[in-house]
Design a protein around this ligand. Structure first.
Ligand code: IVH
Length: 675
């Protein structure tokens, strides 16, 4: 413990309370954690210790006295029947031993510890009445939470109706974690990268951001999952936590397969050590192990403290991190003009790779860490895709001389234009979209990408070379390139040049919706482009749409509508659009698309599986969409039917059978769309 005088301790207490409140807000409300869990827990402990030494400074509002709150505007709130507590955290195996011996001393009789994974998502409370899900509530501030029932209903692993006839309790609550599997998380971030939306730092933030969406359809698309780990109610079916979880499993809940009842400290430690390594092979993120006294009677005997039960503890895995020096900060400009600060670090080994750079998110992030060039910083990779700076070693700074604080730039590093910040956004932008080089090149790279115009043979390097030579300045310039010009570039032969020209020519057939996506309008990703194309049918109609007409479209909100209006208002964009028409790109839905446009499949979720004779998979996908249906990747209870070709996989067939989902043949499907 630091040796501080009373006065200093008091101001440290106040400082820590303020800091921890801010960190809680960033974590639970903004979904943008600014420090690592480890750092957070360390500061919390420091505050707890100081408060214990100064009972006269006790404050019921201190972050030590309540759990962080994720309450958000726009949701109805409900009070939890039983408060939603948190768990005591530890990072040390000695403290796990202390916990074991404490329980031993308090109970003074044989006991079992149920060990399980600590899932890294957000906690949810589900209330069932007579076998039906009636309410789903987030943890909120522990006393009351946000009601997110409709969103939770889109999670396939959460049953709307329970199995097991009358085997379940009439009234009970079950708690667990909502999470985003790694696969869904990677896919979501890939999509967001394409539409230049900020990436989610980890699956927990993504799950939390998703569950707080106002539109359940977006939630459904994002493929959340769940694990339940705590049953509450009168007359529970079993005498132990483990038995209760098995009962819950038989009612249809997803329970982790990796729970283990341990009878000795050695078994507990073996479990911890096994999963510290093995968790890397799980499809979902975990951040520790939870140990629970198994017997419900013994749990009651042990009881609760203010924020946590005495019968459980969480052992948290150390995130993989390293300490290194911040050498400089550079600023990157993306295709939309967003400026991202990047830390250049002294190279350091981190979970098997050498890390030299880390993201710094935005100006607020730099400020909240009070970063200085030359600082020693902690870099973590934990669940994150991009390494992240999570803390500054302030002691090291004290010894260093004259470190300069990191200043966010006020002009674009590429074109010198003063940066702007839009209302409500953390990012700074370079507004010079017309002539700022990385923005121009970024737009062209996006235009040629696979999901947009899919121009073969062109990549970022060629785009850069064309641009450097003054051959292209905006997307439609690509269509005026000649074979001679292209093959004049280094390492570019006639054959490659011909391929590029062929691919450009073929792109004139790319459907309107992809052309719309390729234009790179901010917030108009692949899905939104499809919806807009269906709703407005032509570029002309979209160009003339009013704000009200735009937001009347399902899934188009204020943010997207404004961005579209802004795009079409720009004179430079209008010139480009004129050229888009001149070079012969598709600017309206094709006859075939128009003819097939209907609402025949409205509200239907359809899985495509197998090999087809009459049309390609992609064609079937777009038929489903243009008839108002939704093509989904995997079979669940909510699937309306399976469009089944030849050779459908046996496991899919079995799943469809089990859930009673009809298989529709290619011919039957085409008939459905006929009349
Ligand atoms: S039990 C009163 N079991 O960790 C005990 N919690 O830091 C209730 N968590 O709020 C919690 N996996 O969101 C429990 N297997 C597990 C868990 C788990 C993740 C989360 C949960 C809780 C937090 C406590």
């Amino acid at each position: 413990m630091m040796d501080l005088f009373g006065q200093e301790e008091e101001s440290r207490i106040l400082e820590l309370r303020k800091l921890l409140d801010e960190y809680n807000h960033m974590y639970y409300v903004q979904n943008r954690p600014v420090v690592s869990d480890f750092e957070f827990d360390r500061l919390m402990r420091e505050l707890q210790d100081l408060e214990a030494r100064h009972p006269e400074l006790a404050d019921p509002n201190s972050p030590t006295q309540h759990v962080g709150s994720d309450l958000e505007k726009g949701f109805r709130q409900a009070v939890h029947q039983y408060p939603m507590l948190s768990l005591d955290n530890t990072y040390s195996q000695e403290e796990v031993q202390d916990f074991f011996h404490r329980v031993e001393g308090l109970l003074n009789e044989p006991f079992e510890i149920c060990c399980e994974l600590k899932f890294d998502g957000l906690s949810i409370s589900l209330v069932y009445h007579e076998g039906k899900l009636v309410q789903a509530v987030t943890r909120g501030d522990g006393v009351k939470g946000d009601v997110v029932t409709e969103n939770v209903r889109t999670i396939a692993s959460i049953p709307h109706t329970l199995k097991g006839g009358s085997g379940y309790l009439d009234d009970f609550e079950i708690r667990g974690e909502v999470l985003m599997p790694w696969a869904s998380f990677d896919e979501l971030n890939r999509q967001r990268e394409l539409s230049e939306e900020p990436l989610f730092a980890n699956p927990r933030n993504a799950a939390s951001g998703t569950l707080k969406q106002q539109n359940p359809r977006i939630v459904a698309e994002r493929k959340l999952d769940s694990y339940l780990y705590y049953l509450l109610g009168e007359d529970l079916p079993g005498n132990s936590h483990y038995e209760n979880m098995q009962a819950a499993k038989s009612w249809g809940f997803q329970i982790s397969e990796h729970m283990k009842v341990c009878r000795s400290l050695q078994e507990v430690m073996d479990y911890i050590n096994y999963w510290d390594e093995e968790r890397r092979n799980l499809p979902v993120a975990t951040d520790g192990i939870v140990l629970k006294v198994n017997s419900i009677r013994q749990q009651k005997n042990l009881g609760y403290k203010a924020k946590s039960p005495r019968w459980a503890i969480a052992y948290k895995f150390q995130a993989e991190k390293a300490l290194t020096k911040l050498e400089s900060v550079s600023f990157q400009v993306g295709r939309t003009g967003a400026v991202t600060p990047v830390a250049n670090l002294a190279p350091v080994q981190l979970s098997g790779t050498v890390v030299k750079r880390a993201t710094l998110n935005n100006a607020n992030f730099i400020e909240s860490l009070d970063l200085h060039i030359g600082d020693m910083v902690s870099v973590e990779k934990g669940g994150e895709i991009i390494p992240k700076i999570t803390a500054v070693d302030l002691d090291a700074r004290k010894g260093a001389q004259n470190l300069q604080p990191v200043r966010f730039i006020d002009r674009c590093p590429e074109c010198g234009t003063p940066l702007v910040r839009y209302e409500g956004e953390a990012a700074f932008y370079c507004p010079n979209s017309a002539t700022c080089p990385p923005q121009i090149k970024g737009r062209i790279e996006h235009f040629i990408s696979r999901k947009a115009m899919n121009i073969d043979g062109l990549g970022p390097e060629t785009v850069d070379a064309f641009y450097q030579q003054g051959m292209i300045n905006e997307i439609t310039d690509l269509y005026s390139l000649s074979e001679l010009e292209i093959s004049s570039l280094d390492r570019m032969g006639t054959k490659s040049a011909q391929n590029i020209l062929k691919s450009l020519d073929e792109s004139r057939k790319v459907p309107f919706e992809r052309v719309l996506f390729a234009l790179g309008i901010r917030f108009v990703g692949e899905t939104v482009a499809k919806i807009l194309a269906r709703a407005f049918k032509s570029l002309d109609a979209l160009e003339n749409a009013t704000y009200d007409e735009l937001i009347a479209v399902d899934e188009v909100g204020d943010k997207i509508a404004r961005s579209i209006l802004e795009y079409f208002q720009s004179p430079a964009n209008r010139i480009i659009l004129e050229r888009v028409r001149q070079v012969g790109l598709q600017t309206r839905l094709s006859e075939v698309q128009m003819a097939s446009l209907s609402d025949r499949l409205q509200g239907k979720s359809i899985v495509i599986s197998g090999v087809f004779m009459h049309h390609s998979r992609d064609e079937y996908k777009s038929m489903i969409e243009s008839n108002g249906g939704k093509n989904v990747g995997s079979i669940s209870a909510k699937t309306s039917f399976i469009l089944a070709g030849d050779n459908m996989g046996p496991s899919k067939k079995e799943k469809a059978n089990k859930l009673g989902i009809p298989l529709v043949s290619e011919e039957e499907f085409l008939k459905m769309l006929e009349n």
